[in-house]
Design a protein around this ligand. Structure first.
Ligand SMILES: [Zn+2]
Length: 209
């Protein structure tokens, strides 16, 4: 899938790295899983009023599924679309598993470090004056959380292949934040965390975009 419009940012985010940017209405964010099987934790906010932010439960209710893909909205807690998913070559993402933290790693695996997504989110959010209270249940692109008919769930190895991507179009000015997960203690990164590429483009659109 080709990039639409001029590229305004093209960044490689290493495992354990963060990325954050105000994405203007109409701009697109493409996240490329360069080597495959890499979970990318994602949060987003209304840039003008970050108290309005991603709401996982409402997003799933509006989509009618827990597995988000092309065409689904990424909704705020005010019932508005922050983003629309406009491209998805993987087809499996998660928004029930949340992000890893030092505390959950210690509880589940008896280990902490080398990096966890909550601290990575906090590092990025601090640049925008946001903090611990602003970390809510997030989206996890390319993360595979299968849910069985009996309600059983697990954190499993992802389906993404090298070069798979997801692309989001901003429906308002948003603050988008990524933690590229460095988790080593469960299979979500195939026990081998790898870099991702984030490309922001500005497709031609109506005046004012
Ligand atoms: Zn993580």
């Amino acid at each position: 899938m080709t990039i639409t419009g001029p590229i305004v940012e093209d960044t490689i985010v290493p495992p354990g790295g963060d990325w954050a940017r105000v994405v203007r209405h109409g701009e697109r964010v493409r996240i490329v899983d360069l080597e495959g099987k890499q979970a990318v934790d994602f949060l987003c906010y209304n840039a003008a009023d970050p108290e309005e932010r991603y709401n996982a439960a409402d997003t799933m209710k509006y989509a009618g599924t827990i597995f988000l893909t092309t065409g689904h909205g990424v909704y705020s807690d005010m019932g508005r679309r922050l983003f629309t998913i406009v491209g998805d070559t993987c087809g499996r993402h998660d928004t029930i598993g949340g992000c890893c933290s030092a505390e959950s790693n210690l509880k589940r695996y008896g280990k902490t470090g080398p990096a966890n997504c909550r601290d990575t989110f906090l590092r990025a959010l601090a640049r925008f004056g946001l903090g611990r209270k602003d970390v809510v249940t997030n989206l996890n692109f390319f993360m595979n959380v299968p849910v069985g008919a009996d309600g059983g769930m697990a954190l499993a190895e992802g389906f993404s292949k090298p070069g798979d991507h997801v692309e989001l179009e901003a429906e308002m000015d948003t603050l988008a934040v990524i933690s590229n997960c460095a988790q080593l203690y469960n299979p979500v990164n195939g026990f081998n965390p790898t870099p991702v590429r984030v490309i922001v483009s500005r497709p031609p659109g109506p005046a004012g975009r």
